[in-house]
Write a protein that binds this ligand. Structure first.
Ligand code: C2E
Ligand code: MG
Ligand code: MG
Length: 708
């Protein structure tokens, strides 16, 4: 028997290579499992080659570490064959653990094949070794080595499989598993070596022409380490790339979701937007068609929102919208869709059994929104106008239902706001007309189609003329002279009232300047301001510019704001009016008696005039209630030191009555209709100034007639 010994350094290397090869193999399993199919094939191939080379070289280094007192050489062909066996076994092993599940029979079969492969590689490799006179094997050791190979394979396959789904501590667990596998492989190898017995004869002979072993050891170690290292580096880089790709994919998905949310929801209130609403209505239509169900589209628009926005700024406006949203949401059911179309427009899509349900809900919403909102430190008052279209009677398509609900909403707006209306066929025509009107109105200013008529105001009891109220008209081609009732609501809604109002103010002041130049220096001019105009931030600046431009005394300009406008946000009104009156400009509270004033604010409002709404004057001589209201208003005006103007004086009795009560100024068809400056010029020369033309000469006619 030859005494054999081991080279310690090489044994250590064989061990390192075994562990490294195992680590690489486990890493490959991870790669194959997580990459897509095409890449997986490459990883399977490349990984198997690296792993096979690793296992084989461990075995080969182990053999080189083994020294006999004779020199040993290897048959290159058989050595190559043993390497092929190692690679083939590796391919099999990698392919095996990428399967979906690892059953026990599969594990057993796999271990037998892989273990057999490794043992086959080992003993083939041994066969390449040419030692004279030869060697023999101890069958028990051989068996043990095969058993170890199979068990090691079983452990390796199982661990690789488990690690595949591991998420935490993967690297550490993989390293541990690699050490266990490395020990098993090395164990198998050295057991296999122990199975070999080398015979010694007297004349020690060994083959020459084989490869020199020391040199070989270095080459194999360097080559193997290089292969394994490259494989690992590539694998790590790929894993990083993949991780980054997956992070990218995740953030892309996240961004997509956000985009979806953005695209389908209103940013401020988080309510569905028009796009999502349209989709929901489509769904409701399909459902309704199938099940014969009913549903309603409620188109809602806040009244007075623009004024709040302009007066307090967008921030408060936004908060008000959120508060309104909350309130509405508090009284609808989960299956209803509340959407915001933008601005102060909301749409509610509701399923129902009976149109009465929609009416009930609408009435409830109107009541709810009427209640003051506490936003920041302000108490804000708005109301809501609702239009209702019911499927199928008011439309069978999404577009039709929306248009008709919108038309019904307009109807509500035009009939005094703060309420709800069901759609009616007649409204549809209106809606289309309104669209055309809106389009033309935009061009009216630049086309110079606006006109001002002036209605005289008389000092009670019977004159003289103390000034005029400027009243706007629109000379629309094809439609004649349009009354403000026709186009002002539209101008307010679209904001066109702002340039229009500026034009009116400028033109009225220009006209007054002309009258002053003609010698009527006692005349003043009253200009109406809409809520939107009243609360625009640069109102004072604009007014000042205009009176400077035309050089009219500030006290000859009166700005009329309705009671409703003034009381919408009393604090703001007080502030604005303070600024205007500080400049000497006068303020008048128009249509007094129709809104609800807080006496407290009325006292603080720096107005100089109250204009009793003509509705009270109208009924003055026939309705006792109105008579007492008018006398109360006049008394109130006197107490607050305000001039009281009566508008809409149509009969001599009314005039007499108002005079008796102590009204300061009279305005109405009886005394003078709104008219053009030319008509006023004619009047001046006949019966003005000083005395009122006898009532018999001027019969009261409806306002519309006066516009033709
Ligand atoms: P208002 O400020 O209350 O103006 C008085 C309205 O009553 C005018 O109607 C006038 O023609 C009408 N009126 C005057 N006397 C009598 C009468 O004896 N009997 C009857 N039945 N009516 C009389 P108009 O011109 O149609 O204006 C309606 C409203 O439109 C105005 O009410 C005012 O609020 C608004 N408005 C008119 N011009 C402007 C404007 O330039 N800017 C703004 N913001 N609003 C305007
Ligand atoms: Mg007025
Ligand atoms: Mg009025």
């Amino acid at each position: 028997m030859l005494a054999s010994s081991y080279n310690d350094v090489l044994v250590l290397f064989s061990f390192i290579v075994a562990i490294l090869a195992s680590y690489t193999a486990l890493d490959m399993v991870g790669r194959v499992a997580t990459t897509d199919r095409a890449a997986a094939r490459w990883w399977l191939g490349g990984g198997a080659v690296a792993m096979g080379i690793g296992i084989w070289s461990m075995h080969f280094i182990g053999m080189l570490a083994f020294s006999l007192p004779v020199s040993i050489s290897y048959d290159p062909l058989i050595t190559g064959l043993s390497m092929l066996i190692a690679i083939a076994s590796s391919i099999f092993a990698l392919w095996f653990v990428t399967a979906a599940a690892l059953s026990l029979p599969r594990l057993v079969a796999g271990s037998l094949i892989l273990g057999g492969g490794i043992a086959g590689m080992h003993y083939t490799g041994m066969a390449a070794m040419s030692v004279m006179p030869g060697m023999s094997y101890d069958a028990r050791w051989v068996l043990l080595s095969v058993v170890i190979a199979v068990l090691a394979s079983a452990a390796a396959l199982w661990m690789a499989f488990r690690l595949r789904t591991q998420i935490n501590n993967v690297k550490l667990l993989r390293a541990l598993a690699a050490i266990i596998m490395g020990v098993a492989i090395v164990g198998m190898h050295y057991t296999g070596m122990a199975a070999a017995h080398f015979q010694m004869t007297g004349s020690m002979m060994h083959h020459h022409g084989g490869v020199n072993t020391n040199w070989l050891a270095v080459v194999v170690i360097v080559f193997t380490l290089a292969v394994l290292a490259i494989t690992l580096v590539v694998s790590v880089l790929d894993a990083r790339l993949q991780a980054r790709t997956s992070i990218l994919a995740q953030s892309l998905e996240h961004a997509n979701r956000e985009l979806m949310q953005l695209a389908l929801h209103d940013n401020l209130t988080k309510l569905p937007n028009r796009l999502l609403l349209e989709d929901r209505i489509q769904q409701a239509l399909q459902k309704a068609e199938h099940e014969g169900a009913l549903f309603a589209v409620l188109f809602m628009d806040l009244d007075g929102f623009k004024a709040v926005n302009d007066a307090y700024g967008h921030h408060i406006g936004d908060q008000l919208l959120i508060a309104v949203t909350d309130r509405i949401q508090g009284c609808i059911r989960a299956q209803d869709t509340l959407a915001r179309l933008g601005g102060d427009e909301f749409v509610l899509l509701m399923e129902m059994n009976d149109p009465a349900d929609a009416a009930t809900l609408a009435a409830q919403l109107v009541m709810l929104i009427e209640q003051p909102f506490n936003v920041s430190r302000y108490e804000l008052l708005v109301s809501i106008s609702i239009g209702i279209a019911v499927y199928p009677s008011d439309g069978t398509t999404e577009r039709e239902l929306m248009l008709n609900a919108d038309a019904a909403m307009y109807h509500t707006k035009n009939s005094g706001r703060n309420g709800h209306s069901f759609f009616q066929k007649s409204m549809n025509v209106n809606a289309q007309e309104q669209l055309q009107l809106m389009h033309d109105l935009r061009l009216a200013i630049e086309r110079n189609e606006l006109r001002l008529h002036y209605q005289p105001k008389f000092t009670a009891p019977s004159g003289p003329v103390c000034g005029f109220e400027a009243l706007v008209r629109w000379e629309r081609p094809g439609s004649g002279m349009l009354s403000p009732a026709v186009f002002l609501p539209l101008a307010e809604k679209t904001g066109l009232i702002l340039p229009m109002g500026e034009w009116v103010l400028n033109e009225a002041c220009r006209q007054l300047r002309e009258w002053h130049r003609q010698g009527h220096e006692e005349w003043s001019i009253a200009v109406n301001l809409s809520a939107l105009q009243f609360e625009q931030p640069d109102l004072v600046e604009k007014v000042v510019n205009i009176i400077n431009r035309h050089q009219i005394p500030a006290e000859k300009l009166t700005l009329e704001v309705t009671e409703t406008t003034a009381m919408l946000n009393p604090d703001v009104s007080v502030a604005i009016l303070d600024q205007l009156t500080d400049l000497g400009i006068k303020a008048s509270i128009d249509d007094f008696g129709t809104g609800y004033s807080s006496l407290l604010y009325l006292k603080r409002l720096p107005a100089s005039e109250l204009k009793i709404d003509r509705a009270f004057i109208n009924e003055l001589t026939t309705n006792n209630g109105d008579a007492s209201i008018v006398s109360a208003i006049i008394a109130l005006g006197k107490t607050l030191n305000l001039k009281v103007v009566a508008e809409g004086v149509e009969t001599a009795e009314q005039q007499a009555f108002l005079n008796r009560l102590g009204c300061d100024t009279l305005q109405g068809f009886l005394l003078g209709r709104p008219m053009t400056p030319a008509q006023i010029g004619d009047r001046i020369s006949s019966d003005w100034p000083g005395h009122v033309v006898p009532a018999t000469e001027r019969e009261a006619t409806p306002v519309a007639d006066s516009l033709k």
